[in-house]
Design a protein around this ligand. Structure first.
Ligand code: HOZ
Length: 428
């Protein structure tokens, strides 16, 4: 049998790229098989180099809330491109994007644009340490905040997929400054704070976890974190790289009504181009260079192409009807999965918040990393391939989210729900 184009490319790729990819989960090791290589994508569909087309629920891991190659984004980026790709000097677009972000996100009065979510989280942590004069951070098991040293401790996403939540190469001295608690376990945070609260600079959390699969906050969890931080003089940092502009125009903090001190954004605010951002109250943000002593800089920060894509995307989301549509679309996919589980008798727990969801192959509730890890990764792998064979592309790991976009039509959602019902039956 001759190799497909994806197979040949993967062979070549593995000679020159570690694992054949530029980001681990893409290598399909969590589900087995050969990753497809992408030729193009449009709307809800992604097409591989062998000409197979899939309804895409990966959405580039979250940014593509308008779908692939959204015409308005392509036009805006094209116009920006014709004016140059990068200047290393300020542009009007950055000011507009910053204005738009601070008017949308309740806790942000100022924002600094960077080039990735990793950079945003790393820089926000530095700011928190600089502002409080404290060194420790608290993070939650299974939450993922990019791959900066201090944050690769009990990390989700690729850390969960490959069983390396504590990466090699992170100095022990640094890892010791990251305390961890189970997600949704306020008691554990209370105990950490009681023991070392005076040394804690910041508590960082994904307000809705998306990197151990989707896990919503328990009632009172985010509010409790707010109170504990206030009591101990620590800052609260919401990593809204995934949830920002996805769970509503004001992100998870508007949805749950809890105001963090610092917020990280990424993904959607770059409309599919590389971007990140962190922000908070003026008094805190004015500690960043050139106003204050916390240093952070970047050649491509506020890149004009990313800013153009981001601005166009955020403007398209300014209508509340958009989020009502995303909610309905998410619910349709969830219902298809739940029906399929009932019909097939396969134990499945679907966690969904708005347009992000994960189907966990387990029968108990999934409320934290320990319960997420009880899911059968072997069943997920079979489900993933059964869906792919039916033309539906999901994340290649049990511990990631599926994202619905505004480009998914009712027909796409019904086709995906039908595929899920059939795929689940094949797992019996
Ligand atoms: N860290 C991303 C998943 N949460 C994966 C990014 C990628 O592989 O593109």
């Amino acid at each position: 049998m001759t190799a497909s184009r994806s197979e040949s490319l993967f062979g070549r790729a593995q000679r020159v790229l570690p694992g054949g990819v530029n980001s681990p989960v893409r290598a399909f090791r969590g589900v087995g098989g050969t990753p497809f290589f992408v030729r193009s994508a449009e709307g809800s569909r992604i097409t591989d180099v062998d000409g197979r087309s899939y309804i895409d629920f990966l959405g580039s891991w979250g940014p593509l809330i308008l779908g692939h190659a959204a015409p308005a984004v392509i036009e805006a980026v094209g116009e920006a491109l014709a004016r140059g790709t990068s200047y290393g000097a300020p542009t009007p677009g950055e000011v507009e994007l910053a204005d738009l972000i601070v008017s949308a996100v309740p806790s942000m009065e100022m924002v600094r644009l960077v080039s990735s979510g990793t950079e945003a989280a790393m820089s926000a942590i530095r700011l928190a340490r600089g502002a409080t004069g404290r060194d420790l951070i608290i993070k939650f098991e299974g939450c993922y905040h990019g791959h900066a040293d201090s944050l690769l401790v009990k990390a989700g996403s690729g850390g969960a997929t490959f069983g390396v939540p504590d990466s090699l190469g992170v100095p022990e001295a640094l890892a010791r400054m990251t305390l961890t608690a189970p997600f949704n376990d306020l008691g554990a945070v209370e105990r950490l704070m009681a023991a070392r609260g005076g040394e804690v600079a910041v508590v960082i959390v994904e307000p809705v976890a998306g990197n151990m699969g989707v896990v919503p906050p328990a009632t009172g969890f985010l509010e409790g974190l707010r109170q504990l931080c206030d009591r101990h003089g620590a800052l609260l940092l919401f990593d809204e790289v995934i949830t920002g502009f996805r769970l509503g125009y004001g992100g998870a903090q508007a949805r749950y009504g809890v105001r963090p001190d610092l917020t990280c954004l990424g993904k959607i605010i770059g409309g599919g181009l590389p971007v990140g951002a962190y922000g908070g109250p003026r008094a805190l943000m004015e500690r960043i260079s050139p106003l204050g002593g916390v240093y952070q800089a970047g050649t491509l920060s506020g890149n004009p192409l990313a800013v153009a894509a981001g601005l166009t995307t955020l403007r398209a989301l300014a209508d509340p009807a958009v989020y009502a549509r995303l909610e309905r679309a998410g619910a349709t996919l969830e219902a298809g999965l739940a029906d399929g589980a009932r019909a097939s008798g396969i134990p499945l727990t679907v966690n969904r918040v708005g347009s992000m969801l994960t189907a966990f192959f387990t029968d108990g509730p999934v409320t934290d990393y320990a319960s997420a890890k009880r899911a059968s990764t072997e069943r997920y792998a079979r489900f993933f391939h059964a869906m792919l064979a039916r033309g539906v592309f999901l994340a290649a790991s049990q511990f990631e989210a599926a994202f619905v976009s505004l480009a998914h039509s009712d027909a796409d959602l019904e086709a995906a729900a039908r595929a899920a019902r059939e795929a689940l039956t094949t797992l019996r």
